[in-house]
Design a protein around this ligand. Structure first.
Ligand SMILES: Cc1ncc(COP(=O)(O)O)c(C=O)c1O
Length: 439
């Protein structure tokens, strides 16, 4: 049972606290009173350092679309290890991965690789600034685009500080955020064309870019309404502002990402997670003329971009092996499973007489203790009682051998079958019976 003060995880965490602030180096994987340390994983099963095996519905924050130790990825990475791990020269692997992505998505005319999604967003922002000569970045309230000051405003907004829904406050996420970073941030509400239009029109001569997730992660993988993205595309096109889609999570929703579900093409797309097959990665892909800011062939580029581990061949071969095994059939199968899981959770809430739902798209889901229509950050923001129920559900699922993230969001990998889905749903029903639900 978790927590157990006598566990190896608890003692490892005590040791970790002596060498790292908070015993942690990645906030997302912390849980109180201590995180569960992992010993090994295979497929959709993770074994912790105390020998407890659980079903994994996080898959390292959705990065492992084929689960752990997927044989084609392991083989590609192992073969690359024999040839060397990183060189001060390019490899054919980075060309092959870029070609695979280019064949999938119409707007991926050129791309650059980084080591994380955060870096990919940072690079896209720099490209947009160099391309336009302007500096401000517009982003949706509550959206997470990585740990970068210029896209963090409002990421942790609360009812106490978020202000007017139609003109959200630019709340700093970290202490120490330079006022200049906030001054160069514009925040608009997701899925509200009228409010977004008023905010963006007033800033149109100052904006270097508008960044948006076509399917928003923070509220629970809520798809943008087609009219909202159509407005953003038309507005940015008219004003000459690059439109960036952050598909670092949502890319797994379609063979060509979530953007394939909308009849429009952004100027740049940021990628990460699954395209590295479980190794560190990020990428910016987009229009050739915008991406030309990185082109060094005619002298010093507008945006000089380098990085010791960019396009490291292990990530590249693992990413390629992942994508080669992630075609129409695999995407459709896990998306169908995702649809079924969301529907079944909704039915089980109803059967238990508890107000709740599972939101999401494709193979991604999040469980909420509200029946309200979820359209954006505010509508999905839990009440204190709703948050307590989510935390209790997370704990109850964990103790039934099911791993979802602390806010009860999860995703399905291609190695999950009907048996695992059944275990998830049975554990959900049993856990729900234990959770004190909001009045
Ligand atoms: C939408 C989105 N953008 C950016 C990032 C940052 O990516 P990374 O954790 O690889 O830096 C994430 C990570 O979860 C994300 O979900």
């Amino acid at each position: 049972m978790y927590p157990d003060p006598a566990s190896r995880s608890a003692s490892l965490f005590a040791r970790a606290c002596e060498v790292r602030p908070g015993g942690n180096t990645r906030l997302a994987v912390y849980q109180a009173p201590y995180p569960i340390f992992v010993a090994a994983a295979a497929g959709c099963r993770v074994t912790d350092v105390d020998g407890v095996e659980r079903l994994d519905f996080i898959n390292n924050q959705s990065a492992l679309v084929h689960g752990h130790c997927f044989p084609p990825v392991m083989a590609a990475a192992a073969a690359q290890l024999q040839r060397g791990t990183c060189f001060s020269g390019p490899t054919d692997a980075e060309v092959a991965l870029a070609e695979n992505l280019q064949h999938r998505v119409p707007g991926f005319e050129r791309m650059r690789f980084t080591n994380s999604g955060t870096e990919a967003v940072m690079l896209a922002v720099k490209a947009a600034r160099a391309f336009t000569g302007r500096f401000k970045i517009a982003k949706c309230e509550g959206a997470y685009h990585g740990s970068y000051d210029f896209v963090e405003a409002s990421r942790g907004s609360t009812p106490a500080n978020w202000g007017d829904a139609r003109r959200p406050a630019r709340v700093p996420y970290s202490k120490g955020t330079p006022p200049a970073a906030l001054d160069l941030s514009v925040v608009f509400p997701f899925n509200d064309v009228e409010a977004a239009a008023a905010i963006l029109e007033a800033e149109k001569d100052t904006l270097a870019a508008v960044i948006v997730e076509p399917v928003a992660n923070r509220p629970g993988m809520i798809p943008a309404e087609p009219g909202f993205l159509a407005f953003l595309r038309a507005f940015t096109q008219r004003a000459g502002i690059p439109l960036i889609f952050d598909e670092i999570i949502s890319f797994r929703i379609g063979v060509a990402g979530a953007q394939a579900g909308y009849d429009l093409v952004p100027d740049m797309t940021t990628l990460g997670k699954l395209i590295g097959g479980g190794f560190p990665v990020g990428a910016v892909a987009g229009r050739a003329d915008v991406m030309a800011v990185f082109d060094q062939r005619k002298g010093s580029p507008a945006v000089p971009h380098t990085g010791t581990f960019n396009a490291n061949p292990v990530s590249m071969v693992a990413g390629l092996a992942t994508l080669k095994a992630f075609g129409e059939a695999e995407v459709a199968r896990i998306n169908r499973m995702g649809e079924a899981v969301r529907a079944a959770i909704g039915e089980r809430f109803a059967r238990a007489g508890v107000e709740g739902q599972a939101s999401g798209a494709g193979s991604l889901f999040r469980i909420h203790f509200t029946g309200a229509r979820l359209t954006d950050y505010r509508s999905a923001y839990p009440t204190p009682a709703g948050q307590a129920a989510v935390s209790a559900l997370h704990r109850a699922l964990l103790n039934r051998g099911i791993i979802v993230s602390a806010n009860c969001s999860g995703n399905l990998s291609t190695v999950v079958g009907d048996g695992e889905v059944e275990r998830l749903l049975d554990a959900f029903s049993a856990s729900l019976a234990e959770v004190r639900v909001p009045a």
